[in-house]
Design a protein around this ligand. Structure first.
Ligand SMILES: Cc1cc2nc3c(=O)[nH]c(=O)nc-3n(C[C@H](O)[C@H](O)[C@H](O)COP(=O)(O)OP(=O)(O)OC[C@H]3O[C@@H](n4cnc5c(N)ncnc54)[C@H](O)[C@@H]3O)c2cc1C
Length: 388
């Protein structure tokens, strides 16, 4: 006989694990399934761990405020180290245009009570010692943002969820969704069948395929990003630094880096043009481009020893905003997909919202934030015809 649960979460990544944690915290008997051999091994493991609430989209702001509330107090509450490193995000600014764009985001961020402020070149230099001062106009700094370890967090959350009765099964791929009378009934995997009146799809870059299995269109397309990590250095860079200058020959779109809780420099960039798909072998172009760029920005990094590089994906939606919603045509089905480049920082907040949608049947978000992440929305609003 098929095993029965209160809720099944498909995907044990940046979103699935906190969703399971939140559902189990609310007293549900939860099963989590992942096709990979361990939890957190999909895009979650590729993230560099930046967590900020200072976005421009209301849903991302509210969800990341909730994530930060949990993550910044975790150690105090549970005594467990999740690699939280305060220090905020700093965007050094070298052009008038970027200054005006970033200053233009302050009003919406202030509306949600966020601290993001303009700082002088000397203050940027204090946060990022030795930064290239030529044409530096200053920058923005959001002191309440920070970093958490994407390797540690899912494991810690899983342990809590296990203690609350959740079950995790890895190495098991969901191959079909059971539906009956306009409602979800459970899932079929390559090993077994499981029943539940609630199913959460948190399958990241693969979620368009879940849409096909479910008979709905989930507009999520992955694109690739490259990252790397060095041997530890003495701590000297406080924030995560986002460098928006165009790269050599306009090749890179933007690049960000920081020093994690262990002193390692961790860095990531977006290739230009964007590379669609899930080809995970990192290119030989990446490190030379990045090294030159990073040394140009912070010359003292020229001695760093790179230990490892990798490639991963952003599960993108056409409008760059996630889908976190119940599916009207399939009762009991909740989507938490399309996290783009912010799934790790959104995770805890999304988990809470998933529990609310799945269990209470309603959103916990303010109206404008919920509208932004609805499944039934025009994903192409504001896009040109050529991009469709
Ligand atoms: C280089 C890089 C740096 C990044 N840095 C940051 C950062 O600093 N901060 C940040 O917030 N975000 C960052 N991101 C983005 C972040 O990694 C993603 O947005 C996030 O991990 C997506 O979470 P997810 O849970 O949707 O997907 P995942 O973490 O990939 O989880 C989805 C899971 O579903 C499983 N799955 C898929 N299909 C099935 C199936 N049929 N059956 C069973 N299991 C299935 C997969 O195995 C996977 O484990 C970065 C991404 C990259 C590539």
């Amino acid at each position: 006989m098929a095993r029965t649960y209160d809720a099944i979460v498909v995907g044990a990544g940046s979103v699935g694990v906190p969703s399971a944690y939140s559902l189990a915290s609310r007293g549900l008997k939860v099963l989590v399934l992942d096709r990979r051999s361990a939890i957190g091994q999909g895009e979650n493991k590729c993230a560099i761990g930046g967590v900020r609430a200072t976005h421009s989209d209301p849903a991302k702001i509210v969800l990341c405020i909730r994530s930060l509330e949990v993550l910044t107090t975790w150690k105090e509450k549970y005594g467990e180290d999740i690699g939280w490193k305060p220090g905020g995000y700093c965007f050094p600014v070298y052009t008038e245009k970027l200054e005006s764009t970033l200053r233009g985001l302050f009003p919406i961020q202030q509306k949600y009570g966020l601290v993001n402020k303009w700082i002088s070149p000397d203050e940027v230099d204090e946060l990022v010692p030795g930064i290239n001062r030529k044409d530096l106009r200053g920058g923005t700094w959001s002191p309440n943002d920070g970093q958490v370890s994407p390797i540690v967090l899912p494991v810690v959350l899983m342990r809590h969820a296990l203690r609350m009765g959740a079950e995790f099964q890895v190495g098991e791929r969901v191959t079909g969704y059971l539906q009956e009378g306009g409602a979800i009934r459970g899932v079929k995997t390559d090993k077994d069948t499981y029943l539940a009146p609630r199913v959460v799809v948190a399958t990241g870059s693969d979620s368009a395929h879940d849409g096909e299995m479910l008979g709905i269109k989930i507009p999520v397309t992955p694109d690739v990003h490259e990252a790397g990590i060095t041997a530890p250095l003495e701590h000297f860079i406080k924030p995560l630094v986002v460098d928006m200058r165009p790269g050599p020959e306009g090749k890179t779109l933007n690049f960000y880096f920081g020093q994690n809780h262990e002193g390692q420099i961790i860095f990531c960039y977006t290739p230009k043009p964007i590379i669609l798909g899930q080809e995970r072998h990192n290119s030989s172009e990446f490190l030379p481009i990045l090294a030159a760029r990073m040394i140009d920005l912070v010359p003292r990094l020229r001695h760093m020893l790179v230990r490892r590089t990798w490639r991963g994906c952003y599960p993108m939606t056409p409008d760059g905003v996630p889908i976190i919603d119940n599916v009207e045509s399939i009762k009991g089905l909740t989507l938490a997909v399309g996290m783009c480049g912010q799934g790790f920082m959104l995770g805890m907040g999304v988990g809470q919202e998933v529990a609310s949608l799945s269990l209470d049947g309603k959103t916990s978000l303010p109206v404008e934030a919920h509208s932004a992440v609805k499944f039934a929305r025009d994903f192409w609003a504001g896009k040109t015809e050529a991009l469709k």
